[in-house]
Design a protein around this ligand. Structure first.
Ligand SMILES: C[S@@+](CC[C@H](N)C(=O)[O-])C[C@H]1O[C@@H](n2cnc3c(N)ncnc32)[C@H](O)[C@@H]1O
Length: 357
């Protein structure tokens, strides 16, 4: 593929518009390696034709394929380990203790905000199962979102190759939480049913989701430019519960964002809590963002198409955990509320003593 400066500029602009991902001429090799198959598959005469077809969105599949092509979905189970240790030994016990006297004592909401092929939300599910003895009696939901439909489809399937398993899953966890299937290892129903998947673009306002006790937004903001990053973390602060914790990637830091965030150092890791006094209410944070792109901007979020099943509801819905993420609508459909993230009341209060610390 022979690239002109204009080609590169056009593609980079579109990548930014759709995903906030910053490409420049140094990423020409990505254009050359990732886009030729799209030209072929969608009978585009050249890159100008491809860009125009993606932008006009008459064929939503081209846009979905383009987004899949531009996103880097590198991930692994228990990535960097220490954040999951800090979650297990510090953040979650404190969150659970803090809410132990409240109406929501046994309710937990987690968000894996750029979940890629699912290793991160399933790692979160495993941590919860290992921390809380009677987890099946809790109202737990892990919302896992990503922009890429390919990532979500594979995450929802929950089947991992030997190589993927070797990156973060030891034999004890493999035998406990996975079973052998053709083509790899499938996550067990008990963990799968804790997670619901939805397409969400982090550039867009977080309407109708949250608040969350824990947000993992790791290794995605590195691709965004500073004002977008800043706006994203501002909105994430508004999507957290009172004692909620935000985990970012090990090469990411919120130290440049002034007093908005408190950094908490535990288990050789850092997680963040918003400085509440410097924040407005959740809704206003989401609504007043000067940067977040309106829902009408491409590509909008789509509703959850996988079960919003808690571990408890899985017991009464055996098929829930096997339903695949199935994009049924074009990307241009309007965002709806993902049921997984809708706060639900929970009746019984529980002693925090069910935790294994
Ligand atoms: C490198 S992976 C990180 C996966 C996981 N969080 C981890 O740390 O292992 C980055 C993910 O961000 C997703 N992504 C990129 N831009 C996005 C956006 N604007 N909104 C939502 N997800 C996005 C990509 O599709 C990809 O799956």
């Amino acid at each position: 593929m022979k690239l002109t400066e204009d080609d590169i500029a056009r593609v980079c602009r579109l990548v930014d518009e759709l995903a906030g991902i910053q490409w420049d001429a140094s990423k020409a090799y990505l254009i050359e390696s990732r886009l030729p198959s799209l030209l072929r598959d969608h009978q585009c005469a050249d890159l100008t034709d491809l860009v125009s077809k993606v932008r006009t969105n008459f064929n939503p599949q081209i846009r979905a394929d383009f987004v899949d092509a531009i996103t880097t979905r590198e991930t692994l189970f228990f990535r960097d380990e220490s954040p999951f240790e800090a979650l297990r030994h510090k953040a979650l016990p404190e969150i659970i203790d803090a809410k132990s006297q409240s109406t929501w004592a046994r309710r937990l909401r987690l968000w894996s905000a750029a979940c890629s092929s699912g290793q991160e939300p399933y790692s979160l599910g495993i941590v919860l199962r290992e921390l809380i003895d009677d987890i099946d009696n809790w109202d737990v939901q892990i919302l896992a979102t990503d922009l890429s439909t390919a990532a979500l489809a594979s995450a929802s399937k929950g089947v991992y190759s030997d190589f993927e398993m070797s990156r973060g899953i030891d034999p004890r966890r493999r035998d406990k939480y996975f079973h052998k299937v053709a083509g790899g290892w499938k996550i067990c129903d008990e963990v799968r049913s804790m997670v619901s998947f939805a397409q969400r673009n982090l550039l867009q306002p977080f309407t109708n989701i949250g608040p969350f006790d824990v947000i993992f937004c790791r290794n995605v903001a590195i691709y965004f430019e500073m004002p977008v990053k800043k706006d994203l973390f501002e909105r994430l602060a508004g999507a957290l519960t009172q004692n909620g914790a935000l985990f970012v990637g090990s090469s990411e830091s919120l130290s440049g964002f002034g007093m908005r965030w408190k950094a908490l150092h535990h288990c050789r890791s850092i997680f963040y809590q918003p400085n509440r006094e410097s924040l407005g209410p959740v809704a206003s944070v989401a609504a007043t963002s000067p940067i977040a792109r309106p829902t009408a901007a491409p590509p909008p979020s789509r509703p959850v198409t996988t079960p919003a099943a808690s571990a408890k509801s899985a017991a009464t819905s055996p098929t829930a955990s096997t339903k695949p993420f199935a994009p049924t609508k074009p990307l241009a459909t309007t965002a709806r509320t993902p049921p997984a993230a809708t706060p639900r009341p929970f009746a019984a209060a529980a002693p925090a003593s069910t935790m294994k610390r």
